[in-house]
Design a protein around this ligand. Structure first.
Ligand code: ADP
Ligand code: MG
Length: 697
């Protein structure tokens, strides 16, 4: 049976061919359904009248009732405008028109009571409303007044008289036509348990709410629905994958036991132990592991990665770790090598910078299986890299690799899929992670190694630099070391380098008897390495650097991180940088330096950093400030299809929707029970509408 919502929009009362063509091109509205889902972006509250005297700049919109005392034309030509003095019992306000002046002049009358609606602006000390909605006051209007939907439209549509009001009229016609045909698509048990409005009522009230409360409920219901179908699809995909993806079985733990008994450099945290257990369970399950490992900066992901590698080696397989940048690969290699050397396991590095001769050796040894561990950049996914038996891919992702790149890596074992562990140091809430990385299970290291003191974060203005220098002096006198980091942004690279060098010189002047290192991207790799090593050995006390050190060094004795122009950094990056200190037992400090003038967002970022060390909270705020648009995985996850729901603001609804989807699938994995058929039907419908859903982009 054809669905009435699939009817072409031109057949709707009040549309016709010409308007339909415009709605197609301007708003992408082709069918009844498209129009129904063209939700208002806000509602004007026409239930309340304000007194002119109570207007402040804070009101986005006000509705007034009163009389016009006086009408006058001002200016000539372009500057021509019509001003009406409008008063109620409490005061006077100006109504202004720049266009349609003749028409307004003919319409406005003295002595008639009007209802006026618009946005008040303050000019000098007087309020005015430009181009207000104005209509004669019909008696009883206040009772019939309501929440009026406001729809997005375009200039072109407005010129053809398809403004917000006209669209509202079309919506009214549409709802009259289709209301009785709108079918429920959520299972009755879900509606009941989560106390959701039925779909019909929700759609009606989202356009034309009877009360603010009903609008709220309608929004919740529709947001829930959006999340629910995404979660349903993800969970079904995951179920299907688990059924079919055969994985290598890793059971032997010979090397691992030896490492635990003799070489473990510290007691693992409970969180590390739990995560290793989860990973090991996957590895011996006979299915391919696809797991996301989240852990805040400094939570100890490296040793977890190494232990997983040992499990692979214990079972005759090889392991690789892929990092997004050269420096990060270098860092991983260095820290893993310490563990590997301790137990006598070979490890090599492969990046774009690897010399030809070394490269040849690495490639040969990977192919014949004599090299068990390789760490590298995307150089690892090149055709020439072949493994004897790749059993584990660890990917340090930080939102930089796409699913396609990941897939290239696991194709490196043509016989049986290698296990995949994706690591990320930007923790995001669990539900969100499950949505963004819908194809992955999630493990979280939610605990820092014992004995860490929380880093103290402070905000200073550039003018207070002497104070900051005095503080660094004090810390150096105590035997500690400090980082001073400068931003380096491609667009302003020249200026940034100059700032860095100027900064370095002023540090040298301020600390004449303290050895200072400088490291930046324009130095030769060996010079960089030399300076880094001097700082690591404690020969230099201050390291002035660009963000190359974001992921580059691990010096537990360094306890001060000064970030210059902190307003130029994003939250995730600030948090990463701060994570370079706080690795020893001494109290650590992070000092954010900024100009006196800060944008609202920059202020929020700085305040967030000062307030919390919690990576989850920071990621949350980051998401709220930037939106999910640039997070990896958003495309496949269906997040971009959300119309009403907001992944960061509506997390509670998301959580509930996921729970509901899981409950339904637990009872009925294929959705074949009669009461789930409408849900299944809707899911198929959506799949048809978005054919590339779930495809690897
Ligand atoms: P990240 O999760 O940021 O990659 P690392 O693996 O670099 O963290 O660990 C940060 C520091 O903490 C390293 O110096 C590491 O050796 C140390 N570390 C990791 N786990 C523990 C632990 N359980 N106890 C003590 N120190 C640990
Ligand atoms: Mg790390």
């Amino acid at each position: 049976m054809p669905d009435i919502l699939d009817t072409k929009i031109e057949y709707l009362k009040g549309v016709g061919q010409q308007k339909a063509a415009l709605l197609n091109t301007e708003l992408g509205i082709f069918t009844y359904r498209d129009l129904l889902e063209h939700y208002p972006f806000r509602h004007e509250d026409r239930t309340k009248f304000y007194n002119i005297a109570e207007i402040t700049e804070d009101y986005p919109y006000v509705q007034l009732r009163g009389f016009i005392d006086h009408i006058q034309l001002y200016g000539e030509g372009n500057k021509k405008r019509l001003i009406a003095q409008f008063s109620d019992a409490t005061g006077t306000i100006e109504l202004v028109w720049f266009q349609g002046i003749q028409w307004m002049l003919s319409k406005l009358k003295l002595g008639v009571e009007y209802v006026v609606f618009g946005k008040p602006n303050l000019f000098g000390r007087r309020f005015s409303i430009a181009h207000p909605d104005i209509e004669p006051c019909v008696s009883g209007q206040s009772e019939s007044a309501a929440l009026i939907p406001v729809y997005s439209t375009t200039e072109k549509l407005k010129k053809r008289f398809l403004d917000s009001k006209a669209i509202a009229l079309l919506q009214k016609n549409l709802l009259e036509t289709v209301y009785a045909h709108i079918e429920e698509n959520l299972p009755p048990s879900v509606i009941e348990k989560y106390k959701l409005l039925p779909r019909r009522q929700a759609l009606l009230n989202i356009h034309f709410p009877k009360t603010p409360e009903l609008l709220r409920k309608a929004l919740i219901r529709m947001k829930f629905e959006e999340f629910f179908f995404i979660q349903l699809r993800l969970l079904m995909q995951m179920g299907a994958r688990k059924q079919k993806s055969v994985g290598q079985i890793f059971r032997n733990v010979h090397l691992l036991t030896c490492f635990y008994k003799q070489h473990l450099p510290f007691e693992l945290t409970d969180a590390q132990k739990r995560v290793i257990k989860e990973i090991f369970a996957d590895m011996k399950s006979g299915r391919q592991m696809n797991r996301l490992l989240q852990g805040d900066v400094g939570s100890g992901k490296t040793i977890v990665a190494f232990i997983c590698m040992l499990i692979a080696i214990d079972n005759g397989a090889q392991a690789c770790l892929m990092a997004p940048t050269e420096i990060l690969a270098e860092q991983h290699y260095n820290s893993l090598k310490i563990f590997a050397d301790s137990i006598g396991v070979r490890i090599a590095k492969l990046t774009g910078a690897t010399k030809l001769a070394d490269r040849r050796t690495v490639l040969e040894e990977l192919k014949d299986g004599s090299l068990p561990i390789v760490v590298g950049t995307h150089a690892l996914i090149e055709e020439t890299v072949q493994f004897h038996n790749l059993g584990l891919c660890i990917i340090d992702e930080q939102h930089r690799f796409g699913v396609a790149q990941r897939a290239k890596l696991w194709e490196k074992n043509p016989r049986i899929l290698p296990h995949v562990l994706v690591m990320t140091a930007t923790p995001i809430p669990r539900t969100l992670a499950m949505t963004l990385y819908g194809d992955l299970d999630v493990s979280v290291i939610d605990q820092l190694p014992a004995g860490r003191k929380p880093i103290q974060t402070m905000h200073y203005y550039d003018a207070q630099r002497l104070k900051v220098f005095a503080f660094i002096k004090q810390q150096i006198a105590l035997g500690r070391q400090a980082y001073i980091v400068y931003p380096l942004i491609e667009e302003s690279e020249k200026v940034d380098y100059k700032n860095l060098i100027d900064g370095y010189e002023s540090v040298c002047r301020a600390f004449p008897d303290v050895p200072v290192s400088i490291v930046h991207g324009k130095m030769k790799p060996q010079d960089k390495e030399f300076e880094m090593q001097r700082f690591v050995r404690g020969e230099t006390k201050i390291m002035v650097a660009t963000t190359v050190i974001e992921v580059g060094v691990n010096v537990p004795n360094a306890n001060v991180m000064v970030i210059e122009n902190a307003e130029k950094f994003g939250l995730a990056q600030l948090h990463q940088l701060r994570g370079r200190v706080g690795r020893g037992t001494a109290q650590s400090y992070c000092i954010l330096m900024t100009d006196f003038k800060l944008s609202k967002e920059a202020k929020l970022r700085i305040e967030t950093m000062v307030r919390t060390n919690n990576g989850f909270e920071i990621a949350d705020m980051d998401l709220r400030l930037r939106g999910p648009g640039d997070l990896e995985g958003t495309q496949q996850s269906g997040i971009t299809d959300l119309r009403l729901a907001d992944i960061s603001r509506d997390q509670k609804i998301l959580q509930a929707a996921r729970e509901a989807a899981a409950e339904i699938l637990a009872q009925d994995p294929q959705l074949t029970h009669p009461e789930h058929l409408p849900t299944l039907h809707q899911l198929e419908q959506k799949r048809k509408q978005q054919k590339n859903w779930g495809q690897i982009s």
